[in-house]
Design a protein. Structure first.
Length: 186
């Protein structure tokens, strides 16, 4: 099975999300929102209260990141992915509201994968340890909510050719599981 390199622009439609396959390489451009666990907890609390969110997740992508302060002349500091399982209690609720993509590193729970399959979302992997290189893809960074969280505030990031790999697709195919199985066979 040959994977392709796909240039993708946000927002992402359900049809586009469902067309992606585990292993596909993606160069993502457009708006991506940053949020980690504290921000996710606040977002889900708003959903449970029936209150509006600081951004509409429909068709959007959330990057699990807490960037460092920007060096002089830069829009953002190092911005490598954080471990995704900390967002697992919250992700299904946002996926139900149309979230199409998540960017992070590491495994996801069965509940998250189930929501992805039901609602048409994907989980992208960004390269851990490459935060300074990833920052080169960020053209703009604006805090849109929860400034009190510092680096974990929700930011609207404008990215260009952000390099990603589809780790789990909307069919539930998991590149990590596939890789472990192939390694075990050897």
């Amino acid at each position: 099975m040959e994977n392709k390199v796909i240039k993708l622009k946000t927002p992402i439609s359900e049809e586009t999300a469902r067309s992606l396959r585990a292993g596909d390489q993606v160069l993502l451009s457009g708006v991506v929102y940053s949020a980690r666990d504290a921000a996710h907890a606040r977002l889900v609390d708003l959903v449970k209260k029936g209150e509006p969110l600081p951004f509409d997740p429909s068709g959007e992508v959330i990057y699990f990141v807490g960037p460092t302060p920007p060096p002089p002349g830069k829009v953002i500091g190092s911005c490598g992915p954080t471990t995704s399982y900390r967002m697992d209690p919250y992700s299904p609720i946002l996926i139900e509201r149309g979230l199409r993509g998540m960017i992070g590193k590491g495994k996801r729970s069965e509940e998250v994968v189930g929501a992805m399959k039901t609602h048409g979302a994907v989980y992208f992997g960004a390269t851990g340890g490459a935060g300074a290189l990833i920052a080169r893809s960020v053209r703009e960074s604006t805090v849109v909510a929860y400034e009190d969280l510092g680096p974990e505030a929700i930011r609207k990031l404008v990215v260009e050719d952000f390099p990603l790999v589809v780790i789990i697709d909307s069919l539930g195919d998991d590149l990590y599981a596939r890789g472990r199985a192939q390694y075990a066979q050897k």
